[in-house]
Design a protein around this ligand. Structure first.
Ligand code: GRF
Length: 234
């Protein structure tokens, strides 16, 4: 049976689209059971509707408390067959913090993607903050969600170069392209039962140690390192 997913979006939903595309292509053995949004005009909802995937809009302003809002989200998600132990909740640009009660309903099964190399640049402007800071390597992170923003155990990260004086937008676009690769990959590992968490560390069973350099000396470096300065055994 395909692994059941509930995807939560607030915006354009390009990450949702990348997940749907990988499902369609057969490389991610999962099924998006419901797409939930706190914004009625989120483009992500339209992407789901196009494929006849059930959608639901819940506005937090209609609820007396954060807990009541999250409880209703749990109810909707459960109704669509995503429960603790069977499936996962996928935050794909969902711009709200979740309560501890919500997280307890889906232990080790809520994932998020962030447009920076955590723990650097948490918060709502990860890519722009990295560009402003002048880093040479930027990237994105898929992680399990815990009660602290952009903090839970890291599942996979991808790196892109950042160039001096570059605006935030092209960097964010470069990062987003890789988000669309690593989020479906992380979900595939989860769906196949390949992930285990030990404290802050996530073990991925059976994943190849793909990297640059040699097996003896893997590395990643920002552009410009000349051949004469490479590690000897790379
Ligand atoms: C992505 O940059 C993601 O990392 C962040 O919100 C953005 C969502 O983009 N959490 P989209 O809605 O998936 O296009």
């Amino acid at each position: 049976m395909p692994f059941p997913l509930a995807v939560l979006v607030s915006g354009s939903g390009s990450n949702l689209q990348s997940i749907l595309d990988k499902i369609e292509a057969g490389s991610l053995k999962a099924e998006v059971r419901v797409v939930l949004s706190n914004k009625p005009d989120a483009l992500g909802l339209k992407r789901a509707e196009k494929l006849d995937i059930p959608t639901r809009v819940l506005s937090h302003t209609d609820f007396a408390s954060r807990e009541a809002f999250d409880q209703e989200m749990v109810n909707v998600i459960n109704t669509h067959g995503v429960r603790a132990g069977t499936g996962a909740v996928v935050l794909a640009g969902f711009m709200r913090m979740l309560t501890p009660e919500f997280l307890r309903a889906f232990p080790q099964a809520v994932l998020n993607i962030h447009p920076a190399l955590l723990p650097s640049f948490p918060g709502t402007h990860g890519a722009a903050d990295a560009a402003k800071y002048g880093v040479r390597l930027a990237g994105c992170t898929v992680h399990f969600v815990d009660e602290i923003m952009d903090h839970g155990p890291v599942i996979i990260q991808a790196v892109v170069p950042a160039f001096p004086g570059e605006e935030a937008q092209p960097l964010a676009a470069r990062i987003l392209k890789l988000e669309h690769c690593i989020y479906p990959q992380a979900l595939s590992w989860l769906a196949q039962g390949q992930l285990s968490i030990e404290g802050r560390h996530v073990h991925v069973q059976g994943a190849s140690p793909a990297c640059c350099g040699s097996q003896q000396h893997p590395y990643m470096v920002s552009p410009g390192l000349e051949p004469g300065f490479l590690p000897k055994d790379a």
